[in-house]
Design a protein. Structure first.
Length: 434
């Protein structure tokens, strides 16, 4: 297996090269080639196994031939060592909780796996590695925690000043050591643009060993397919009784949805997808009109999804060979307002006792609307973050305090250290080279 650029203008790369480059030289995102396919025996083992066994089976297919299977198994076991509980909230709707890792967000899956891969490939290296990541909320904490204390690796987190929650910011700004937090005076799209400009400046990138830990990095993107197969296996009996499963994916930069569509292409049959967005409806609009209109991001209650120009749409289009009609058969989109998000948080809690964070509420509300025309299907919402990370939104809606996980409470006791920078490459270069 090797890795190719979605733009098709760069030579194929090894896992190691694609991992440490982040972006391909032509500016595209890396994808495995050929696309992995699970065999029938593998699919049977996924259905009959435990979560660790399923994850190992999927990961072996994703990274086939790139390293010794025993090494890959060890990375998988250490990175994906937390549970994925599923709750049934209505006759048609389930919620898969992906926030039981160390930073209470689904980003822990990819960040921890990527850190394991990089640590493996760095053995024996003397050259520096600088992990540069842009975050709209949860990525920063997950990446910072995954790489904190890793020898020879510096972590730089770019975040839009004032546009992530205080608790999210504390998760990456209080670690110190090899983790640096930079508050960009702009929005998330500015952060993402700065990261891409830094990677494409070869002199800067080569001198610092720059790589990305955003979902643009193939090492973080691919492991996300594992929990889609976990969902699929847990609902196998339901799939026998219903026509299909509709998976609602709260979407911002669209790495999560791209991973789900890759899982489908690997053999996850009987599923379709709902791209659930907040006001940033670039992709839902594209699915309807065929016109791709990116736009500046605006701040919403679901801040981690405030992305006006989603990078991973390129991976989705690559998977479907730019065939919009084929994509429409597998994916629909819905946009949910802040008012609907608040109403959903309140309604789900009143009716079921379950507490959703704003991003998961976007996914739930979009799914509830879509399922009204699909009575024979079941739906699953990917709950992407613990509601305590968004207490300033959720607690006023419910009129009650949300207990904090111990890991989140601990970071609130530490002092943050943040450096503000202007949204241009020269300002970023100055910090990186210092």
């Amino acid at each position: 297996m090797h890795f190719v650029s979605t733009l098709g203008r760069s030579a194929p790369a090894s896992l190691e090269d694609s991992l440490f480059r982040g972006l391909a030289p032509d500016g595209g995102l890396y994808m495995p080639a050929p696309l992995p396919q699970l065999t029938l025996p593998s699919l049977e083992r996924i259905h009959s196994g435990t979560w660790p066994e399923r994850a190992r089976e999927v990961v072996r297919s994703l990274f086939q031939g790139t390293m010794e299977p025993q090494v890959l198994d060890s990375i998988c076991a250490r990175a994906l060592d937390f549970p994925l509980p599923m709750a049934r909230l209505t006759d048609q709707i389930y919620v898969l909780e992906l926030f039981h890792g160390p930073t209470q967000a689904f980003k822990d899956f990819g960040a921890r796996f990527m850190a394991g891969l990089m640590s493996h490939f760095r053995e024996g290296r003397d050259s520096p590695t600088t992990v540069l990541t842009a975050t709209s909320g949860d990525t920063g904490g997950a990446v910072a925690q995954a790489f904190a204390g890793k020898s020879g690796i510096q972590v730089v987190v770019l975040f839009p000043e004032g546009r992530v929650t205080p608790r999210q910011e504390r998760q990456f700004s209080t670690l110190g050591g090899n983790v640096v937090a930079l508050a960009v005076q702009g929005d998330f799209d500015d952060c993402q643009r700065l990261a891409k400009e830094a990677f494409q400046n070869r002199a800067l990138a080569d001198s610092l060993g720059l790589t990305s830990a955003n979902s643009i990095n193939v090492g973080r993107f691919l492991p996300q397919t594992t929990y889609f197969f976990e969902l699929w296996a847990q609902l196998r009996q339901e799939l026998l009784n219903r026509t299909r499963i509709l998976i609602s994916v709260p979407s911002g930069n669209f790495g999560n949805l791209a991973a789900g569509l890759l899982a489908k292409s690997m053999g996850m049959a009987g599923v379709s997808f709902l791209a659930a967005t907040n006001k940033h409806d670039t992709v839902p609009e594209y699915l309807v009109t065929g016109e791709l209109r990116t736009r500046p991001s605006i701040q919403t209650l679901s801040t981690a999804m405030d992305v006006g120009s989603p990078s991973n749409l390129n991976r989705i289009l690559h998977l479907y060979q730019n065939d919009l009609s084929a994509l429409r058969k597998d994916v629909v989109g819905r946009s949910i307002s802040d008012e609907e998000t608040r109403a959903c948080i309140r309604k789900v809690h009143d009716e079921t006792g379950h507490i959703l964070d704003p991003h998961s509420a976007v996914g739930y509300m979009a799914l509830e609307k879509e399922l009204k025309g699909r009575p024979k299907e079941i739906g699953v919402v990917l709950a992407t973050a613990h509601p305590a990370k968004f207490a300033e939104v959720v607690e006023p809606v419910l009129g009650q305090e949300i207990p904090m996980p111990p890991e989140l409470a601990a970071c609130l006791e530490r002092e943050p250290k943040v450096t503000p920078i202007e949204p241009n490459l020269e300002a970023l270069r100055e910090v990186l080279q210092s």
